[in-house]
Design a protein around this ligand. Sequence first.
Ligand SMILES: [Zn+2]
Ligand SMILES: [Zn+2]
Length: 287
Amino acid sequence: MNLHDFIMDNELPIRLGFFFGIFAVMALWEILSPRRRLQTSKAVRWTNNLALVFFNTLSLRLLFPAAAVGVALHASVQGWGLFNVIEAPFWVAVLFSLVAMDFFIWLQHVMVHALPVLWRLHRVHHADLDFDVTTGARFHTLEILLSMLIKSAVILLLGPPVIAVLLFEVLLNATAMFNHSNVRIPEAVDRILRLFLVTPDMHRVHHSVEDDETNSNFGFNLPWWDRLFGTYRAQPRAGHEGMTIGIRNFRNERWCSRLPSMLGMPFADRMRGHAINRRTWENAHEQ
Ligand SMILES: [Zn+2]
Ligand SMILES: [Zn+2]
């Protein structure tokens, strides 16, 4: 059996194995050494956040059964995309593909904050009133599907090795759980770690209710894009324990934490938040 067949046959179990393994480690770490006190019921949040993750996984599997690795395999068979046209050493193709895909995910993240319609989808991720390992996987189903379409387009242009795509999916999933987790990492360690990897303290800034803090630190894996493009912010003004997590006008626990309202949130008539041309907080109603 060749490598491609093995990957195509085992893509889901490989990814689920890493998901559950890393989830368990981060969940335990959060219990043993939490960074902040959670503000809302963990039982309610976890049940609903994980229900959304389950629903997303099923939807994605139904609509895109071959997933991103299937797109990469198709591109390699057809000879489409940069690395299926040029001759490059395997490891160069793998490394360049990982970095390039991370850049496009970063750019996509900036776009879903900037464009009002896309912010409607992405605010489901930001409406979480607490910040922990389950926040990392809490995205609206339509944003997950949009993400898959953008990723597929990038793969068709890039023609990355199939193994690079699988590696990227596992890495992105792992780092998203890591950098959303409510874990305490000593400041000295964090300072060194965030030179190479987005840390929980770095990404937490992005979940602040403060406009300028939310529009910072868009990275999921590599912290360099934010530093390079001027969106890096080291720490929240109020400190990690004092800062408020979520969206300024979305403070109703029931509305922010329950699956039905999460799924309906993009369509709710409350277009406020961090989109580029919606910045007025005056006369805003509490939700
Ligand atoms: Zn965001
Ligand atoms: Zn986030």
